[in-house]
Every structure is written in structure tokens, then in C-alpha cells.
Design a protein around this ligand. Structure first.
Ligand code: PEP
Ligand code: MN
Ligand code: NA
Length: 582
């Protein structure tokens, strides 16, 4: 039975069903009973496997096709009416042409199958921040993931209005040649076909909460950002919040769930996770910038997650979690991935579904982009404000990337405009999170390169406009780099929990509690103002981490100028010479 009587919603579902021709249509009401029934069905067909219910209660394993393991940026499109509005960093096709092409791929694609109708909310239902959508899909795996990652069911359905975000996903033949992830921002519409991988098919996440939402935010005066949100509680019990943007697989989830070093724990420092991937930000009634995590769970990269690197994330995956493309330990029906522990299983099945002996095999057991889908409320350090409909007030915005040289451990922009520039020049070495080469430096403004639903330079302009609205209540803007190496390629900074040492300085700066040093690229800490006790880092090393090599930065400035050329004539910022004192 339909969960809404909104005619626009019903008409659209009818139209999509006429095209895809499913045998059944089932509304997802969000009840445990219904989801449990779907889990049983998925296990019966082999789409999922039920794991050891004593060790991993409520947990399941799924494998995608071997050619379908990551977001496909070359097959991701922004189809707005004018090509120039999509900008030079998005693939574009004229909407009518794309609709026609997709229509051919979707026609009859659900024959003999069930179409699930998932009403969902991004954000606490009924909050000022929340936006509502429907995903139509023929995949139970998608339904079950959406039920972890978003708020699905009746409560969301009741909020649907004519401006709901439409999402259609069909597995079809899973043909990579005909795989499309398409956004029509002017129509509030997302269409995904021939994939079964998370970022391509969980349409609430990257497609809605970033690509469509960034476009909505520009038009409506708010921001959708690829940012984690965390609260830093100081020994006085005061919690201050920051939002931070890093390119995919640069440790956002680890930073969001940071465990303070012992020395800090003893003093009473705590870190609270509000979100690990996406922040929606709006100006609050007090004129400050407030942030909300539109998601309901974590879709995290499994490899490298362990008791040391991120015990909170690991704990979050111990129940009610779906694992995708990890190794299956047959001895005790649990899961394993590279970097979980030093004890790979001997009797296992690898992510491709082949028998695998972790003790002897030279192949990986888990795909480098294998994932866990875990409910946010499982996380031991989830913020008490996670469900606050008002969000949390943001003191600092932090940008970062993986740079072996160039970028210092931390620096602060001189003002908002300079901060927008700092975000716009973000660059990082690529990882396995997207298909393509690994280890290549790519510019990734605000970590939004794959996620901005419109012209990147218009997006920078929107940032500048937000700064004008925020005025002197604007958060302070910083850049961090945890990944600087020595000449032998060893990391100089321990990272993980020790990053709190840098966050402490950032928070002091936001509240005018500490001085800074002026450098050619912005404000930096005095080396003695970073608490190194128990870090194993010497003052000498820290000074190295904070050093600014003007020769490298002059090179960088040239590259930035060339990069900016791509976005002309729309670049709103002053020339980069104005922001450097090299
Ligand atoms: C995804 O690929 O589904 C995803 C969530 O992306 P990322 O981890 O790269 O942000
Ligand atoms: Mn992400
Ligand atoms: Na990805």
C-alpha cells in the first residue's frame, strides 16, 4: 500500500514502474519485521550471507560484481540544461538526450522483479535541515543499506511534498559499458543504472546529500559539504565543534571518531562524532554557522580499520552491519580485511568469492575499497547532539589532504576569503576509493571535485557569499596535513589520536585564546604551543612539520594559476599572488 497520497509522488512512481515493468511494487515502511523478511529473502537467494550471530549479531556479508567495486566518476553526469553550468569538472550531456538514453536502459529492466519504494529522510525527520526523497530500486541490498544510512519509512513518507528528490536505481545487466550515475539538478532527479556498488546506488548519500544538495544549497543559501563533524570537549567540559573536508579515504572516519592520546584523556579531553562524511550547514538564528549530519550510518572503508587505528568504528561494526567485499572467514563465519589484525584466516573466501588462504595467498582477501555499513548509534563516541534537529554550532572549518611535502601540519587562513582560497587549492594523492590510478596528486577543491553538482567556480562564489552573510560570526578556516614525510618517505606525524594536539590549537585560535606566527601562507602555531607530551614527536620534528618551503610553494602557486584557468571566466577569487607572501 502506498505510504503517501501526494499525487506528484504517486504519478512519478507510476511512470517509473511503467518504464521498468516490475512484477511487484513494495513500499518500505521502515519496520523491523519488513526489513527482517527482506534479509531472509536476500540470504535465500545468496545475495547476502548471514554471519555468526553470536560474534556479529545482525551482521551480513555481500559481494558486488568484481567490476563494480567503487564509484565511477567517468560515468557520473550532471545534466543541467546549459553545459557551462555543469562546469569543466563534471561530465555533462543534454537532459533530453540523457533521459532518452536512460529510458532505453531502464525499459523492462525490472521485469519479473520487485520494485522497492524507499521513502527516506536526509536529517532528523521534521528538522529545519531535513530533506526528503524516494529511491526506487530492485535491489534488496540497496534497501537494507539505505535503512542503515538514512531514516527510511513511514515518518519520512509523511513529509514528502512536490519538491521531493526522485531517485531511480535498477541493477539491470550490471553492464559496465552501460553504467550511468546521472543527476538532473534542475529536476531534483537521480538515475542510476547497471551498478550495485554503494556510492553509485545508495542515492541518499553522494548523489542526493552532496550533488543535488550542493545545487539546492546554492539556490537556497545553505551549504552541502563533504565534511565530517566532530565535537571536541575540553577539560572544562565545554564542547566546541568543527567540520572538516578531506578527499575520499584520507582518514575522515578516523578523525571523526578520534580517541584522545592518554595524556589528553587523563586531563579530561573527549571527542564526539556527529558525522564522518557529509555536513549540511546553515546560518542559525544566532547568525552562526550550524551543521547537521544528514546521514544515519557510516559507509566506511574496512581495510586498515582495527583496534588501534579506529576502535570506535570497529565497535560500530560489531552488530547490525552489512559488510561488502571483505574476506569471509569460514572457520567461525566472521569477516576479515587487510589491516584488521595480524591473523588472516586460513579457510576463507576472498572478496571475489574464491577460496582464499590468508596465511599463504599473495592476493588480497578484501578489496581495498571494501566497506562496512554500520548504524551511527552503534558508535561508542556518537555525539549526544547527533539527533539534535538544530544541529551543532561550528567554530572551525578544516581542509586537508595527503601531501608528502609542501603543506605544513596546520595553518590558519587570514580571513574567510583567504580560507575559501585555501579550500579551493586542496590537493591530495589519490587512493583506492574511486576507480583510476592510485598515488597521483590531484586537485580536489574542498574535497568536492567528484561531488559538486554545478560549476566549481560558482560553488566558490557561493562560499564567498556565505562568508558575507556570516560576517564576523563566520567559523575560522584551517588547513591540515597529517601525511608529511621525511626524505625516506616515513610519516613525520603520528596522526590518529595525536591529531587532537592540532585540534586543540585550532580551537584555541577560534576563541582567541592563543597567538600565532605569520608565515607566507597564513598563520601557524608557535612550535611550543603544540602539546607534544607523550607523542614521541620532538620539537625539532615539529618545527620541520611546520616549515614552509617557499621554493615548493612558488611551484605550487604556478600550478594553482594553471588550475584556476580551467574555471575561467567564472573564478571569483583574487589572483593567488594576493594570498601568498612568497
Ligand atoms: C562511496 O564510494 O560509496 C563513498 C561513500 O565514497 P567515499 O568513501 O569515497 O566518500
Ligand atoms: Mn566521502
Ligand atoms: Na568510493
Amino acid at each position: 500500500m502506498a505510504l503517501t497520497n501526494n499525487q506528484a509522488v504517486l504519478d512519478w512512481i507510476h511512470e517509473m514502474a511503467a518504464m521498468t515493468q516490475p512484477e511487484h511494487i513494495v513500499w518500505i515502511d521502515g519496520s523491523d519485521a519488513q526489513l527482517e523478511e527482506l534479509r531472509a529473502q536476500a540470504c535465500a537467494t545468496g545475495e547476502m550471507e548471514k554471519l555468526n550471530q553470536e560474534k556479529l549479531p545482525g551482521c551480513y556479508l555481500h559481494r558486488t560484481a568484481v567490476n563494480d567495486v567503487a564509484r565511477v566518476e567517468d560515468r557520473t553526469f550532471i545534466c543541467c540544461r546549459k553545459q557551462e553550468d555543469a562546469g569543466p569538472t563534471n561530465n555533462w550531456m543534454a537532459p533530453e538526450e540523457m533521459y532518452a538514453r536512460l529510458r532505453r536502459l531502464y525499459t523492462g529492466a525490472m521485469k519479473g522483479r520487485t520494485m522497492y519504494v524507499i521513502p527516506y529522510s536526509m536529517g532528523v525527520v521534521g528538522s529545519l535541515f531535513a530533506k526528503y526523497g524516494i529511491e526506487l530500486t530492485d535491489s534488496i541490498y540497496v534497501v537494507l543499506n539505505m535503512a542503515i544510512m538514512t531514516r527510511v519509512g513511514l515518518a519520512a513518507a509523511r513529509q514528502l511534498e512536490d519538491d521531493f528528490v526522485k531517485g531511480l536505481h535498477a541493477t539491470a545487466d550490471n553492464d559496465p559499458e552501460n553504467r550511468y550515475i546521472v543527476h538532473f539538478p534542475e529536476d531534483n532527479t537521480i538515475m542510476s543504472v547497471n551498478s550495485g556498488y554503494g556510492g553509485n546506488v545508495l542515492l541518499g548519500k553522494k548523489c542526493f546529500a552532496l550533488r543535488i544538495a550542493s545545487y539546492l544549497g546554492k539556490n537556497q543559501g545553505w551549504m552541502a559539504e563533504h565534511m565530517l563533524i566532530l565535537g571536541v570537549e575540553n577539560p572544562q567540559g565545554e564542547v566546541r565543534y568543527l567540520a572538516a573536508a578531506f578527499p575520499s579515504a584520507c582518514g575522515k572516519t578516523n578523525l571523526a571518531m578520534l580517541i584522545p592520546p592518554e595524556h589528553y584523556r587523563k586531563m579530561g579531553w573527549k571527542v564526539w562524532c556527529v558525522g564522518d562524511d557529509i555536513a549540511w550547514l546553515r546560518v542559525g538564528p544566532d547568525g552562526r554557522l550550524w551543521a547537521m549530519n544528514p546521514e544515519y550510518g557510516f559507509f566506511g572503508v574496512a581495510p586498515g580499520t582495527n583496534e588501534k587505528s579506529n576502535p570506535n568504528a570497529l565497535q560500530a561494526t560489531r552488530k547490525d552491519t552489512i559488510f561488502t567485499n571483505v574476506a569471509h572467514n569460514l572457520d567461525d563465519n566472521t569477516v576479515w580485511w587487510e589491516g584488521l589484525d595480524k591473523n588472516p584466516p586460513e579457510h576463507a573466501v576472498d572478496w571475489k568469492g574464491n577460496p582464499w588462504n590468508g596465511k599463504t595467498s599473495t592476493e588480497k582477501g578484501a578489496h581495498p575499497n571494501s566497506r562496512f555499513t554500520a548504524p551511527a548509534k552503534n558508535c561508542p563516541c556518537i555525539s549526544p547532539e547527533f539527533e539534535n534537529p538544530a544541529g551543532v554550532p561550528i567554530s572551525a572549518l578544516v581542509f586537508g589532504g595527503r601531501r608528502a611535502k609542501t603543506a605544513p601540519l596546520v595553518y590558519q587562513s587570514r580571513d574567510w576569503e583567504h580560507g575559501v582560497f585555501v579550500g579551493s587549492i586542496m590537493a591530495s594523492e589519490t587512493t583506492a576509493a574511486a576507480t583510476g590510478d592510485v598515488g597521483v596528486v590531484r586537485r580536489d577543491p574542498m574535497a568536492m571535485l567528484p561531488f559538486c553538482g554545478y560549476h566549481m567556480a560558482d560553488y566558490w562564489r557561493h562560499w564567498l557569499d556565505m562568508g558575507k552573510v556570516l560576517g564576523d560570526k563566520a567559523p575560522k578556516i584551517f588547513n591540515v596535513n597529517w601525511f608529511r614525510t621525511d626524505d625516506a618517505g616515513h610519516f613525520l606525524w603520528p596522526g590518529f589520536g595525536d591529531n587532537l594536539r592540532v585540534l586543540e590549537w585550532i580551537m584555541h585560535r577560534c576563541f582567541d585564546e592563543i597567538e600565532a606566527v605569520d608565515t607566507p601562507i597564513g598563520f601557524e602555531p608557535k612550535a611550543e604551543d603544540i602539546d607534544l607530551e607523550g607523542s614521541g614527536v620532538s620539537l625539532e620534528t615539529l618545527k620541520g612539520l611546520l616549515s614552509v618551503d617557499t621554493t615548493l610553494w612558488k611551484e605550487e602557486a604556478k600550478e594553482i594559476s594553471a588550475f584556476y584557468q580551467k574555471f575561467e571566466p567564472r573564478v571569483p577569487a583574487r589572483s593567488c599572488q594576493d594570498f601568498f607572501a612568497l
